[in-house]
Ligand binder design. Structure first.
Ligand SMILES: *Cc1c(COP(=O)(O)O)cnc(C)c1O
Length: 346
């Protein structure tokens, strides 16, 4: 890895961040007349903690990392965008990404006027380590790896991921949004070994809280400081912080949801494999199945007409004629299977 100072954009390195009232005085006091808040309508009259200290403490203890290795954002989308803004000089720098993968990296790149150098996965959906390194040059600031990968559903070989982190000169962003569903372990317990690693996780999937918009980035305290410096001062509102704390007491329930979804996923897989128009159900480490069918667009439209929405991924690289199907509740999966039976007898 290059030194952080060389990777950062100069304007970000030199940035003097906004200092909020809550920054300048931290501690217990009985009278707060510093932030022009309305003294009525407690508790929502007060600005939230800009560093979400209580939530981070709780996450730190659950994930066994230190609180200063955690950045919280408005979904994973926020740290993705902030990483571009911190490291990538518009029109000059580039990022490297696998293909196919999660669409948000490309969108964030486009917003920031940064080119994405895409490197196809191998035909069996593994990382092309040499190809990814060969695609990088001195302007490649970020490398995006999503494992389990959306939409292919698989975890990549850990040795390949480690090899990329060790050799890439910039920051490696490892998106583990679906890691709770995977048999493979998170790389979180090895975070300290890799100063250029950013691991993204989220409350939107296994935790069942997509609506509160809370994403986690785990990385070195130095990179956390950079992201904290450029975020909106109060990026996580107090309702989200409170709900997250409540939810984090619910780890057992999360584990129960995951267990049920994994069992349902295999029921769904077996049932899908019975249909003549299903060519392949790919292995999955996530809460969805990538399914190759005859005539994906036709089947997608048939399901829409039955008010069942899946994701048409047939125009995505390596996913010709593929639909991505999220595992639902048993009753929802049954409705899907009934509709597919109708399609089969059409
Ligand atoms: C769903 C998903 C996320 C979650 O995004 P949020 O903004 O946290 O809701 C992140 N990465 C991938 C690959 C996803 O599929």
């Amino acid at each position: 890895m290059k030194p952080l100072d060389q990777l950062l954009r100069t304007n970000i390195k030199n940035l003097k961040p906004y200092s909020s009232a809550r920054d300048e005085y931290v501690g217990e006091a009985s009278v707060f007349l510093d932030a022009n808040e309305n003294p009525f309508n407690k508790p929502y009259n007060r600005y939230p903690d800009p560093y979400q200290r209580t939530v981070k403490q709780k996450i730190a203890s659950i994930k066994d990392v230190s609180a200063d290795q955690i950045f919280l954002g408005n979904g994973s989308d926020e740290p993705i965008d902030l990483l571009f803004r911190a490291f990538c000089e518009p029109g000059i720098d580039n990022v490297v990404s696998i293909d196919p993968t999660y669409g948000m990296y490309q969108v964030a790149a486009d917003i920031n006027n940064i080119k994405v150098r895409k490197v196809l996965l191998t035909p069996d959906f593994e990382l092309d380590v040499d190809g990814l390194l060969a695609a990088s040059d001195e302007h490649s600031k970020l490398l995006f790896i999503c494992s389990p990968n959306n939409p292919t559903g698989n975890c990549f070989i850990e040795a390949d991921i480690i090899s990329l982190i060790s050799q890439f000169k910039g920051i490696v962003v490892l998106d583990e949004a679906y890691i709770d569903f995977a048999a493979d372990k998170s790389l979180l317990n090895r975070l300290g070994e890799f100063p250029n690693l950013v691991i993204l996780q989220t409350f939107s999937k296994a935790w069942g809280m997509a609506a509160i918009r809370l994403g986690m980035a785990f990385t070195s305290p130095e990179i956390v400081s950079v992201l904290s410096k450029i975020k909106y001062p109060y990026n996580i509102n107090v309702l989200t912080q409170e709900k997250a704390l409540e939810l984090l007491e619910n780890e057992k329930e999360k584990a129960y949801w995951v267990e049920r979804l994994l069992a349902e996923r295999e029921v769904l897989r077996a049932a899908l494999n019975e249909f003549f128009f299903v060519k392949k159900v790919y292995p999955s480490d996530a809460n969805y199945l990538l399914v190759k069918v005859e005539n994906a667009k036709g089947l997608y439209q048939f399901l829409v007409d039955k008010h069942i929405i899946v994701r048409d991924r047939s125009s995505v690289a390596l996913c010709e004629e593929c639909l991505r199907i999220t595992v639902g509740q048993p009753a929802e999966n049954s409705l899907l299977l009934e509709a597919l039976s109708l399609y089969a007898s059409k």
